[in-house]
Design a protein around this ligand. Sequence first.
Ligand code: F0G
Length: 460
Amino acid sequence: MTYKTIIEPFRIKVTEPIKLSSEEDRRQFLKRASYNPFKLRSDEVIIDLLTDSGTSAMSQNQWAGIMQGDESYAGASSWLKLEREIRDLTGFEYVLPTHQGRAGERILYGHIGGPGKVFVSNTHFDTTRANIEFTGAEAIDIPAPESWNMEVEAPFKGNMDTNRLRAIIAERSPENIGAVILTITNNSGGGQPVSLENASEVADICKETGVMFVLDACRVAENSYFIKSREEGMQNYSYREIAQKTFRLADAAIMSAKKDGLVNMGGFLALKDKSIALDCQNLLIISEGFTTYGGLSGRDMEAMTVGLREVFEDGYLNYRIKSTQFLGDRLQKLGVPVMRPSGGHAIYVDAKKFYPHIPVERFPGHSLACELYLKGGIRSVEIGSVMFGKYDEEGNLVPAPNELVRLAIPRRVYTQSHIEYVAEVFERLVKERANARGYKIVWEPPFLRHFTAKFEPVNG
Ligand code: F0G
């Protein structure tokens, strides 16, 4: 007999205190942070759902690994273990350790990008897009048509639109395509999974046209969970085997191990092609570190080697996905418009629907993120026109396709009662939704403005 309650498959051995605050405290904290939750101090936050990146709790085996870190400059045993693990997982011969995902992006896209090049993805994550555009290249998102229908319960809404992929490659000509990047799961597209069938089709198109196929694999284990549970014929493979199959379709992979590597810092770039790998190794040495540690200490590499195994354990992945779905289902029952079905690492709230009285120029997603903080000390992140909006020549906002708020769940960090609390705060926001106000930007930097922009609340 299986019970319906999903328990955390771990006991807690070390605790980290949460500082509780009053609403009055938080009003002052947020004002001081120029109404940008990124600028809050972490001890001003009660439940931090800003990101699932680098926020995991490590296991006792990872901590044990930390004590075995070999900090040799060259040829450290910690590196050799990590290299073996990544080769076995990905099938790629050349592995470059980086301090996090975007370092791999900068190295690879800096090398193969540049003016005139076009990169195509189901959806580029913001650092991916920024690294590509920084080289002068263009980044085009082609999510599957069902991706932006928030309500439809399709199994693989993270898929790439392969018809458009063929058309873009033909239109722009294969030699101008820097790479095709498949982001699994599709973070900026709602944390939705990509099917193995879609990944295979993308791989076939890339092979036919001679275009490089890169996997953005930071949530590859969560994607494997969805493939196993939703894709025909995949039920008898282990999660790790499914990940191995996925990697083997691509020519290269970049992974921020701060997600499914279950570490607080780490990443890698892995490649099939020797000559690109050697060029990238040179860039690695210039900017990250020697080839056998990149941007990592020996102990980081030990923790990552263990994390990359643990993340595929049945009990862990089942708890991980089911507990995220638990929050999504609760919010839906409260009448909060959430993206369906729930993704692996986060719940996405449709703020445009939640606050229909706030126009996109007044950033309804940002407003919801501020309300969640003010009323409950919950930190989330806007994925809408603050993050992806642009200006036209007259300085008018060209809004993002959606105004979402992401509640990202750190791995193995919060218990069910923390999540119950989040639901209770939402219950209040539902009742008080008519009182929420919009915001205006009073200062912004030229790139990735959401991190540092300053805001002020506005009436009307
Ligand atoms: N690709 C995806 C799909 C990501 O989600 C991230 C990071 C990166 C690349 C870059 O990795 O942070 O290690 O440099 N996402 C985090 C997030 C920041 O909150 O979703 P990084």
